[in-house]
Design a protein around this ligand. Structure first.
Ligand code: ATP
Length: 450
């Protein structure tokens, strides 16, 4: 379905320990990600996406939507509410089962998720063995109250996944969209989990964004569609420039499977701390529709008017994290290379993910260059997200754009006043070319991956 377009390979990938620090530092320094409530001392494990980060995150979500919805005839979108009544989570099993096992170290007081410990009996904080309390099961859902009365009748939950919004709207979508199985419902949005051990920057946070799709299929086709979605989702990351050797699809062992799933595979990225999950693809069978049908009394099935058959579709779910994936793309794109005794930091992001596609840079702040620079900016802005920067030496401005992954810089100089041409510099090769202003949009359209 997707052609793999390789991005230039890293000339010098920093060793793993420094890569994490470098990407976190770059994120803060250049306005990708800020600590939330920074001026109040910071709110632990929550983050705000700054002017550059919000563009990267939007591009990740846009590429997902494009592949999963826009380019298909069999998937439609949805934007369901975040606040959800307890009945939904009762039926889905989240009230009973959406728990993590929590252990405390009696020696140092550190709190851990038991299932994520490298050595089950040793505290990673103080090294003591045999010091853990019995595991307690801790529900990850955030509970709040709707309306002025904080009593149990007013309890609602912030959704911990977007998926249930798709299941409870199955009949609404079926009746209004003229789709029939196999078809999917896709959604991008915030989810909330009261994680015991948030960390690794934006990898695991309590508030995050997901990109999920529920694909409803005739039961007999479930295995085939499961394999199809595993391949398609892996290809999506590769097509957007993830290096093959840092991406893998890992099948879950049978003891790892969720109670509702007959098969699950994770798309994993090689983070500096090792392989970790970006996305899970699961065969959820008819579990969710059956549970919601039983609990609500609604008929959640497909009636084929041709054959007269009635059945409850099975569901294949590719569930990805937008914020986590944006971080993985940053890590994969980060590169440093030696250029004339200097270290150049460059984000070799796929053009489609790059926050800005073009930066417009007048060579100097002199008044006569500002008018043509504004003219060029005005020509480009309807087509692409553009940055504009007129301070500092041009070399330093190029480096600033390299650091945030801008594929092309367009420089307006004093010759522009005579020849109505500009210098276009490409991020990866640093090669420069003179291009007439009149042909600039066509030139960049030809060179930018879209
Ligand atoms: P984990 O095992 O890492 O807790 P999970 O298997 O519970 O994750 P899913 O329920 O399958 O995760 O959620 C789908 C995707 O949502 C994950 O692959 C991940 O990309 C993202 N995600 C889940 N929890 C978080 C979180 N706390 N912070 C950021 N992204 C998350």
């Amino acid at each position: 379905m997707l052609g793999h377009r390789p991005v230039p390979c890293s000339a010098m990938v920093p060793n793993d320990e420094t890569l994490f620090e470098k990407v976190v530092n770059l994120s803060k320094r250049r306005g990708f990600v800020f600590q939330s409530a920074d001026i109040y001392g910071g709110f632990r494990s929550t983050y705000d996406y700054g002017p550059i980060g919000v563009l990267l995150l939007r591009n990740v979500k846009e590429q997902w939507w494009r592949t999963m919805v826009q380019l298909r005839h069999d998937v439609v979108g949805l934007d369901a509410s975040i606040l959800t009544p307890p009945a939904v989570w009762e039926a889905s099993g989240h009230l009973a089962n959406f728990t993590d096992p929590l252990v405390d170290c009696r020696e140092c007081g550190a709190r851990h998720r038991q299932d994520k410990l490298d050595e089950p009996d040793t505290c990673p904080a103080c090294g003591k063995t045999g010091s853990f309390t019995e595991a307690r099961h801790f529900n990850l859902m955030f509970k709040t109250h709707a309306g002025p009365m904080a009593d149990s009748a007013a309890e609602v939950y912030l959704r911990p996944e977007t998926a249930q919004g798709m299941f409870i709207n199955f009949a609404n979508v079926l009746n209004t969209s003229r789709k029939k199985p196999p078809f999917g419902i896709a959604q991008i949005g915030k989810s909330f989990r009261n994680e015991i051990t948030p960390g690794n920057f934006v990898f695991r946070t309590r508030e995050f964004e997901q990109m999920e799709m529920e694909f409803f299929v005739p039961p007999a086709e479930a295995d085939e569609w499961y394999r199809y979605w595993c391949d398609a989702r892996r290809s999506w990351y590769l097509d957007l420039g993830m290096p093959q050797d840092r991406l893998r699809l890992r099948d879950h062992d049978s003891d790892e499977l969720s109670h509702y799933s007959t098969a699950t595979a994770d798309v994993e990225f090689l983070f500096p701390w090792g392989w970790d999950e970006l996305e899970g693809i699961a065969n959820r069978t008819d579990f969710d529709l059956m549970r919601h049908a039983e609990s609500s009394g609604a008929r959640l099935e497909y009636h084929d008017p041709g054959s007269g058959d009635r059945y409850v579709p099975h569901v294949i779910e590719p569930a990805a994290g937008a914020t986590r994936t944006a971080m993985a793309f940053l890590m994969a794109a980060y590169d440093e290379e030696e250029v004339r005794d200097d270290t150049r930091t460059v984000l070799r992001l796929d053009h489609r993910l790059a926050p800005y596609k073009v930066a417009v840079l007048p060579l100097s702040k002199k008044a006569e260059l500002i008018d043509p620079s504004n003219e060029v900016l005005g020509l480009l802005q309807p087509h692409w997200m553009c940055d504009y920067d007129q301070t500092q030496a041009i070399g330093r401005r190029y480096r600033r754009q390299d650091e945030i992954g801008t594929p092309f810089c367009v420089t307006i100089d004093f010759d522009t006043l005579d020849d109505r041409a500009v210098t276009v510099r490409e991020r990866d090769s640093m090669e420069q070319e003179r291009v007439p202003i009149e042909g600039l949009v066509g030139y960049l359209t030809g060179r930018l991956t879209s």
